[in-house]
Write a protein that binds this ligand. Structure first.
Ligand code: PMV
Length: 353
């Protein structure tokens, strides 16, 4: 598929509509960090889609009114978010030619705490893109296959927030062209084939330790931009591409030790890139490092499969499979790790598929 194939058709009839959609968040195992124009990723990434952390969105479209967007997050009006969405809608008009021909009232809520620092942009833009595709289907004269609709939703979500395009699929999801994943594309995400995934990865926990609640000191947008002048960027992009080779083998054969090593390496590399940016920045907090050290000691002592990944923030995603050892791991988390969070904050999610 090329960008041209996503252009919208001029045959449409609009009317007042209210649609609702829900979209989960996702956590990357091989990270996307660095991009080119039009949200083209500098390297392919792969993520797990979460089951509980979701955004629920209701979109009211008032046809033929002057274009404007009003947004509410958990009932409170969010003017800044509305401005962002207005800009986004103007940016995607060529793909949905009716989009500026009405007024929007968007009501959205997250199933996870607002101030938690869990990326709401992935689930948020995912849910908005799904609502837009629902409107598009009802306004257009042709009916499309659900898979085509979802692919275009992923394409549109990408233009809102890169990692959002992965939230349109369950399980393991790849975004970015990789010679190791059939059908992968820079323009939208694809589901990683379930038949190529060992059962151990199909029932996994992701407990997010809320180390630092609140706004990050450096946004993802600024962070991606700093990769343009980072002298290590090219090497990093190449490494991420190369990491798909061992990742494919590991996903197939269920080698947990290699999986742990690769996933933790990816998380630390993401943060190393931040430290090697100019200006440098650090999003980890003292608690992040304390938790990482405790996880490493715990693994050394028990050999149990508890490990971590990080997104662009201080929170630690604790990953562990449901394979019989989870009760011991949960007890360790409650007694040893929770004390490093701000308010005993933990969001317990799973990846089941
Ligand atoms: O989608 P963005 O622009 O918020 O970037 C997200 C980048 C990371 O979360 C750090 C990594 C990833 O692949 O999700």
């Amino acid at each position: 598929m090329t960008t041209q194939e996503f252009l919208g058709k001029e045959n449409f009839t609009i009317n007042d509509q209210t649609v609702s959609e829900s979209c989960p968040s996702n956590i990357a195992l091989i990270k996307y960090w660095g991009k080119y124009k039009d949200q083209i990723p500098a390297n392919p990434s792969i993520s797990f889609t979460l089951n509980h952390c979701k955004t629920n969105t209701e979109m009211e479209f008032l046809a033929n009114e002057t274009f404007s967007v009003q947004t509410f997050l958990s009932g409170s009006e969010e003017v800044k978010f509305a401005e962002k969405i207005e800009k986004y809608f103007k940016n995607i008009e060529q793909y949905l030619p009716w989009i500026l021909k009405g007024k929007y009232i968007i009501r959205t809520e997250n199933t996870f705490p607002h101030s938690s620092g869990i990326a709401s942009s992935a689930s948020g833009f995912g849910a908005i893109a799904k609502c837009l595709m629902k409107l598009d289907e009802s306004f257009s004269s042709e009916n499309h296959q659900p898979s085509t609709i979802n692919q275009k939703a992923s394409f549109l979500a990408r233009l809102g927030s890169g990692s959002a395009c992965r939230s349109l699929y369950n399980g393991l999801v790849v975004w970015g062209e990789s010679e190791d994943v059939l059908g992968s594309s820079d323009l939208f995400a694809v589901q990683y084939p379930n038949s190529e995934v060992h059962d151990i990865f199909k029932d996994f926990n992701d407990w997010v330790l809320l180390i630092h609640e609140g706004v990050k000191s450096v946004s993802s947008t600024v962070g991606h931009g700093l990769m343009n002048t980072n002298p290590y960027a090219e090497r990093r992009f190449q490494e991420a591409r190369e990491n798909f080779v061992p990742m494919k083998e590991i996903l197939k054969n269920g080698d947990m030790q290699r999986f742990i090593k690769l996933v933790e390496h990816e998380a630390l590399t993401l943060h190393a890139m931040m430290m090697m940016s100019d200006p440098a920045f650090i999003l980890m907090q003292t608690g992040t490092l304390e938790v990482i050290n405790k996880i490493w000691n715990f693994r050394k002592e028990t050999n149990l499969p508890l490990f971590f990944t990080l997104d662009a923030g201080a929170n630690v995603h604790l990953l562990f499979p449901n394979n019989g050892s989870e009760e011991k791991i949960k007890t360790f988390i409650e007694t040893e790790l929770l004390q490093h969070t701000q308010k005993n904050g933990v969001v317990k999610d799973v990846m089941k598929f």
